[in-house]
Design a protein around this ligand. Structure first.
Ligand SMILES: C[S@@+](CC[C@H](N)C(=O)[O-])C[C@H]1O[C@@H](n2cnc3c(N)ncnc32)[C@H](O)[C@@H]1O
Length: 213
């Protein structure tokens, strides 16, 4: 496991810097749909920077983001994506979809369910994604939902592509978190973990390559 520490991190400063409107929007969605939002605040910039590194900076990569929420990861992806690249976000929550379409017009925002990836991508004319970024709450999904969605992600990754997901560090010990980790290990030949400490709570990233099938 690789860990990162960059200078001094102040949780209070982090909360002060966060855009208040994004917090309100996120919190409202989290209260309405706790089982699908799975968090109380948007993802931090430090987490977004870590995730964006998986996006190839050259060529015409296709990046598919599952559960972009308020778009805090999407901004980092957009900033790194080459001009010829394509960025698709699949979001379940209607109010987040409206917000994403205004905030990030460059991203193709689909109002839909990530669990229907296999039928959504062909409708967009996409065979395979070079990168699948996921911030949906995997540890809250059932065993069968985790297996099925991971299978779809594996089948829709381009050769050499990367799948990345994240979970709050303490959640890795929950039953759903442990199950997810086990499914990752049996679905991919390579699973690399990294922790972003500049986040409340710290975030554990999984970056996976070489689907096994
Ligand atoms: C933890 S939040 C995303 C955080 C995001 N990175 C941010 O900072 O706003 C999870 C998001 O995934 C969405 N979501 C959950 N299950 C989903 C599904 N099956 N398909 C698409 N989106 C889903 C939720 O609506 C929510 O916006």
């Amino acid at each position: 496991m690789t860990t990162q520490r960059h200078g001094r991190f102040s949780p209070v400063q982090w909360l002060r810097n966060a855009p208040a409107a994004d917090y309100r929007r996120f919190l409202t969605a989290a209260i309405r749909h706790p089982g699908t939002v799975g968090a109380a605040t948007p993802t931090s910039n430090a987490v977004a920077n870590t995730v964006a590194r998986v996006v190839p900076p050259h060529g015409d990569p296709v990046v598919v983001e599952l559960g972009p929420g308020t778009g805090s990861l999407s901004v980092g992806i957009r900033d790194r994506l080459p001009a010829a690249g394509r960025h698709v976000g699949i979001e379940l929550d209607e109010s987040m979809v409206r917000h994403l379409r205004l905030r990030l017009p460059e991203m193709e925002t689909v109002h839909g369910d990530a669990r229907e990836l296999r039928s959504t991508l062909p409708r967009l004319g996409i065979d395979n994604a070079d990168v699948i970024v996921s911030s949906i709450p995997w540890s809250l999904l059932s065993d069968e939902e985790q297996r099925d969605l991971l299978r779809q992600c594996c089948r829709n990754l381009a050769p050499g592509g990367a799948f990345t997901a994240m979970t709050y560090l303490p959640m890795r010990h929950s039953p759903g978190g442990r199950r997810f980790r086990n499914h990752l290990e049996t679905s991919f030949g390579e699973v690399v973990t990294q922790t972003t400490w500049r986040s409340v709570p710290p975030m554990l990233h999984y970056t996976c390559r070489h689907p096994i099938e």
